[in-house]
Design a protein around this ligand. Structure first.
Ligand code: PHE
Ligand code: FE
Length: 292
């Protein structure tokens, strides 16, 4: 995701487009070990939970090896598959910088890795979230096209003053999306697949609503950045997501949204396709603040 645009220039040491060298040779043994620990936990959990395009991408990129992946190595394969590359950035970048990278098939990834004592929760996306979570899906040609189109759509949304609506689309697809498969629901959102606890919660917990994806509905639904989601949206397939978003001119949609109210986060509308009517027990009990 992206940072507050109020902060205009790149930080010292970063290029004009906010990229930096990954500095792969400078990771410590302890940092590589954090990657390996996280990788092994998720790799054991995700078969049967993550969507096929994600699992295929994970295999294709061979992200395990001996630790934190070298972007130069990943990029050879990724570029060949879908024309995408991963570029290193110091942290969150301004919206227009983020969209310009996406529109040009560059995925900005945090260079740093979380500390061993924060394996399960962190404030800012690190290299594990960005690379393990996001990059496997970028090996899928349909998803790759969607992300590039989203970058262009982001530039447009900024012009219309409707980034808050478009950001919800990103959140409920790229970060927290579910999709149907012949064997039931699967996760593909990077925020889920990179989190041990949410990989289970998103599919198995009776608390959240799981509703059919609808573009305008999603754009009217706020989201939580600090805890498990209260609602997940399910796409039938990546191709549907691409067709609906690329095939719709968002300008009239944004105009319509000016007069529309947000839908409360846990609400179910009469027009929703309901996969799960959630109990909201987790959120009602106070969520993360309530956990030990
Ligand atoms: N069709 C969108 C628009 O008119 C652009 C877009 C495509 C946005 C794909 C998100 C994803 O602005
Ligand atoms: Fe992310």
């Amino acid at each position: 995701m992206s940072a507050d645009p109020a902060n205009n220039g790149p930080p010292p040491g970063a290029r004009a487009d906010w990229t930096i060298d990954q500095g792969w040779d400078r990771y410590s043994e302890a940092e590589h070990q954090v990657w390996i620990t996280l990788y092994e936990r998720q790799a054991a959990l995700l078969p049967g939970r993550a969507a096929d395009p994600f699992l295929r991408g994970l295999d294709a990129l061979d992200l395990h090896r001996a630790g934190i992946p070298d972007f130069a190595r990943i990029n050879e394969e990724l570029k060949r598959l879908t024309g995408w590359t991963v570029v290193a950035v110091p942290g969150l970048v301004p919206d227009e910088v983020f969209f310009d990278h996406l529109a040009n098939r560059r995925f900005p990834a945090g260079q740093f890795i979380r500390k061993p004592e924060e394996l399960d929760y962190l404030q800012e996306p690190d290299i594990f979230h960005d690379v393990f979570g996001h990059v496997p899906m970028l090996t899928d040609p349909t998803f790759a096209d969607y992300m590039a189109a989203y970058g262009k759509g982001g530039q447009r949304a900024l012009g219309f003053g409707h980034l808050h609506n478009l950001a919800r689309l990103y959140w409920y697809t790229v970060e927290f999306g579910l999709m149907e498969s012949a064997d039931g629901l699967r996760i593909y959102g990077a925020g889920i697949v990179s989190s041990r606890a949410e990989s289970v919660f998103a599919l198995d917990d009776p608390s959240p609503n799981r509703l059919g994806f609808d573009l305008e509905r999603v754009m009217r639904t706020p989201y939580r950045i600090d805890d498990f989601q209260q609602v997940y949206f399910v796409i039938p397939a990546l191709q549907t997501l691409l067709d609906v978003t690329v095939g719709t001119d968002f300008a009239p949609l944004y105009a319509r949204l000016e007069g529309a109210k947000d839908i409360p986060i846990a609400a179910i509308e009469p027009t929703d396709r309901v996969f799960t009517r959630g109990s909201q027990a987790y959120a009602n009990a106070g969520g993360r603040t309530q956990a030990a």
